[in-house]
Design a protein around this ligand. Structure first.
Ligand SMILES: Cc1cc2nc3c(=O)[nH]c(=O)nc-3n(C[C@H](O)[C@H](O)[C@H](O)COP(=O)(O)OP(=O)(O)OC[C@H]3O[C@@H](n4cnc5c(N)ncnc54)[C@H](O)[C@@H]3O)c2cc1C
Length: 88
């Protein structure tokens, strides 16, 4: 505070503003929405086959648990796709 006085408060919570850092995906041709979030399907696959985007860079709730959930979905899909490829 200007002047060095004390201000009584109960809680401080940092503001969560964020910039979407999708430039690498954009550079190789992945599609993003107007805010820069990478467009993904149900398995977090981007518009480029076999490229996945998870966490905050894919539009969601911006929470750690969501990022982990995305990772599980994407990893399972990758695993299943590789198994399909092995069988063919
Ligand atoms: C102030 C604040 C408080 C929060 N509190 C909570 C909370 O209480 N609970 C909760 O669940 N979530 C919270 N979040 C959200 C949580 O931090 C994010 O949802 C989570 O970190 C997203 O993980 P991520 O791996 O998608 O992205 P990030 O953790 O942002 O990781 C992306 C990484 O990629 C790197 N990177 C980016 N561009 C490039 C590039 N071109 N080359 C190389 N590296 C690159 C970045 O440096 C970064 O290390 C909070 C966020 C903020 C900002």
């Amino acid at each position: 505070m200007v002047g060095g006085g004390l201000v009584p408060i109960d809680v401080i919570y940092p503001c969560m503003g964020c910039d979407v850092r999708s430039e690498l995906a954009l550079a190789i041709g992945a599609e993003c929405d107007d805010e820069g979030y990478i467009l993904v399907g149900n398995h977090l696959e981007t518009t480029i086959p076999r490229l996945y985007a998870i966490g905050d860079v894919a539009k969601a709730l911006n929470q750690i648990a969501v990022g982990f959930g995305h990772a599980a979905l994407a990893a399972t899909h990758i695993h299943n796709e590789l198994r399909k490829r092995d069988r063919s």
